[in-house]
Write a protein that binds this ligand. Sequence first.
Ligand code: MCN
Ligand code: CUN
Length: 788
Amino acid sequence: MIQCKTSKEIGGMGHSLKRKEDARFIQGKGRYVDDVKLPGMLYMDIVRSPYAYAKIKNINIDEAMKVPGVVAVVTGRDLEKYNLHWMPTLMSDTQMVLPTDTVMYQAQEVAAVIATSKYAARDGREAVRVEYEPMKPVIDPYKSLDPDAPVLRTDKEGKKDNHIWNWKVGDKQKTDDVFAKAEVVVKEQMHIPRIHVASIETCGCVADYDKVNNHLTMYMTTQAPHAIRTVIALVAGHVGLTEEKIRVISPDIGGGFGGKVPVYPGYVIAIAVSFLVGKPVKWIEDRSENLQADSFARDYHITAEMAGTKDGKILATRFKVLADHGYTDASANPSKFPTGMFSIATGSYDYDATYMECDAVYTNKPPGGVAYRCSFRVTEAVHAIERITDRFALEIGKDPAELRLQNFIKKEDFPWKSPTGWIYDSGDYHKGLLKAMDTVDYHQLRAEQAEKRKRGELMGIGLSTFTEVVGAGPSKDFDILGIKMFDSAEIRVHPTGKAIARFGTKSQGQGHETTYAQIIAEELGIPAENIQIEEGDTDTAPYGLGTYASRSTPTAGAAAAVASRKLRDKARKIAAYLLEVSEDDLEWEPGKFFVKGAPEKSKTIQEIVFASYTNHPPGMEAGFEATHYYDPPNLTFPSGAYICVVDIDKETGAIHVRRFVAIDDCGNIINPMIVQGQVHGGLTQGIAPAMYEELIYDEAGNILNGTFMDYLVPTAVESPKWETGHTVTPSPHHPIGAKGVGESPTVGAPPAIANAIVDALSPYGITHLDIPITPFKVWKALKEKGAI
Ligand code: MCN
Ligand code: CUN
C-alpha cells in the first residue's frame, strides 16, 4: 500500500509553511513596476497645484520644452482634444485627469512632463510656469453645506450645493421611540481622521502602447488588475483601445493596503501619452506625491448615541455621519453601498433598534474614501460602536468587559440577523473575550488600576470586541461599476502531477503564493511546493475583482477549494477506471483514492493525473484542469477581542502601551504564521491612527504634514509587543470554513487604544478624545479638567 504524506508534509491547511515568495523578496529578486525597463522608454513627471482651489489662467511650457531631454508637456487642453481629460471614479462619480480651467485640491495634477530620463522630467516639471488665480476653498465639511459656500462641482450641470448623497438604514421611528423612553442615553461626537496608507512602494506604472498591433500593455501597481482593464477600456474604448487590446500586468507589489485600488490620473496620462507618442512611458510617484495626492482614508465625522438600561442592557444606537470625500467621490465601494459596510456599526451586541444616516460632501481636498486596511468603512463603524459602548459603561459605572459579556449575541443565536440586515454567519464572542481577559489577567489589572487611582496614577484598560464583515461579495448585492464581485481560480495540473493555479486576486504582500497552494494541497494531495501560484496578469488569470476588503480568502480561496473539488471528482472517475471498480467503491484520503476494504488497491493523485493525459477513460475529456468562479452565498463575519493596557505620564501626557492582547477569530486558519503576520502588521496600522497619523489641512487647504517629517508612521520603536491568539469559529458557508483576516486588526485596534486612554483619564471627567490621541491632547484635556 502506498503511504500518503500527511497534510503537514504536503503543506496543507493549518500549517505554518514558510512563505514561498519570501525567498525572492528577501534576496532582492522581487520584480516591481519600477524594475520594468523597456527599450525607448520615456519618463513622466507631474506638475501639481500649490493651491487648493484656483483658476488656471495660463500654463507656459516654453522653458520646460527647452530643458534637455524633455519631449513633451501635456495639459488638460491637450487631453481634451481626445476627450481623455475626464474619467469615471469607481463610485460612478467623475474626476479630472488633467484640469482645463480649475484646480480643486492642493497637489492635484496640472500638467505632465515627458522626457528621456526621470531627471530631465523632474527638471522640466520645475520649469513649467502656471499662472493661477486662487479662490477661497471649502475645507471644513460642515461649512461645505452652508448656503453661501461656493458650489465646487460646477462641471455637474444644475448642481446647486456640495452635497453628494444621503444614505440611511435602520428603523428611525422605532429607534427614536427607544431613545425617548430609555433610562440611559449617551452621546459623543467623534472624528475618524483623514489618514493615508504609506506602503513602502509608491504608486506607478509603465504604459506600453504598441501602435502596430494597437495593443496596450499596462504594468501597474494595482490591487485589481481586471477591474482596471475594464475601466481603461471604458475610458479609452472610443479611441480604439478595446478590452481585448489591453493587458494589465501587476507585478510584485510593495504594499497596497487599499491605496492601490483607485485609478489615479497618472495612470491615464501615461496611457494617453504612450498612445500618442507610441513609446512606453513610465510614471513613478515620489513619496510626497503619494502622501499628498493619493486616495485618502476615513474622514468620517460621527455623532454616536447609545440608549440602554441602568443595569447595562444595550437597547438602541443612532449614528449620524458627515463624510468628507474631498473633490470627488473616488471611494472603492461596492456600488450599492456608498458608505461601504458601515452598517455593521451595530457591532457584536444583541439589540434590535438602530438608525444610521450619512451625508457625503465635496470639499477642496484630495479625493478617495476607503483605503487603508478598512474593510469598506468597517474601521469607522467599529470605532463608533466600541467607543460608545465604553461610554455607556462609564455612564452607568459598569465594567466594560462585563457589559460586553452581558450584551453579546450568543453563539447559539447564529446565523443572526442584524437590525441593518446583515446575516452574521457565525461567531463565539464570549469565548474570544474570555480568552483575551484570561491572557491579560483582566481582574488583576483592574485591581492594580484601583490601587494606582488612589495614588493619582493614570493607568487605563481598553477593550474592543468587534465584528468584521468581509468577502464581498454575493453577486445579488455586490458589484463595482456593475461588475459582480465574485472571484476566481483556475488550476492546471501538468502530466507529472505538478500544478499552476491562477487567480483573479492580487497579493501585495499577503502571501497568496503560499496560502492558495496550501488550500489546493489540502484538497488534492499535491504538495504545496509543487503548486505554482500566479496572479496579476489579465492575459492569463481568470477574471476577478482583486484583493481588497480581506476578500481573497472568502472568495478566491473558496474558488480554489471548489475548483480542486471539481478535479477530485474527475480524479475519482479516472481512479475507478484504472482500478476497475465503481466510483462508489472508492475512498479518498489526501493524495490518493483506494478501494474500500482493500487499501492496497489505490491510485495516487500523481498517477491519476498522468493517466488523464496518457490513459484516460474513453469518452472523457483529456487533461486535468478546472476553473471556478465563486459567487459567495454570504459574507464572512470574522471577529476579535482586543485588550489594551496603557500607562500615562500625568505631567507630559506621554502614553505608554504596556500590553496589547489580540484574540482574532477568522474561522479555520490556512497558515497560522501568515495570519499572525497579518495581525502584527494590522495592529501596527491600528495604533497608527489611534496615536500618530492624521492628514491635517489649514483653512487655505494647505496640507500641513505632507512629508514623513511631520506625518508620523509608527515603526518598530512605537509598536508594543503584540500578544496574539485566536479562537476558531468556522464559517458555515465557506467551503473550507475560513473567514478573511487581513484587515481585522486595523479595524479592531484603534478603539481598544482610545478606550484604554479614556479609561485612564476618566476619573477626571474625560469621556472622549478624538484619535489620534497625542500626548499634547492628553495633557491639554487634563489641564482643562484641572487635573494638573
Ligand atoms: N489567511 C489564512 N487563514 C484565514 C484567513 C486568511 O491563512 N482564515 C491568510 C490568507 O491566505 C492570506 C492572508 O491571510 O495569505 C490574508 O488573507 P485575507 O484575509 O483573505 O485578505 P486578502 O488576502 O484579501 O488581503 C487583503 C487585506 C487588505 S484589504 C489589506 S488593505 C491589506 C492586508 O490584506 N494589505 C496588505 N494585509 C496586507 N499585508 C501586506 N503585507 N501588504 C498589504 O498591502
Ligand atoms: Cu480598505 S484597504 Mo484593503 O480593502 O485593500
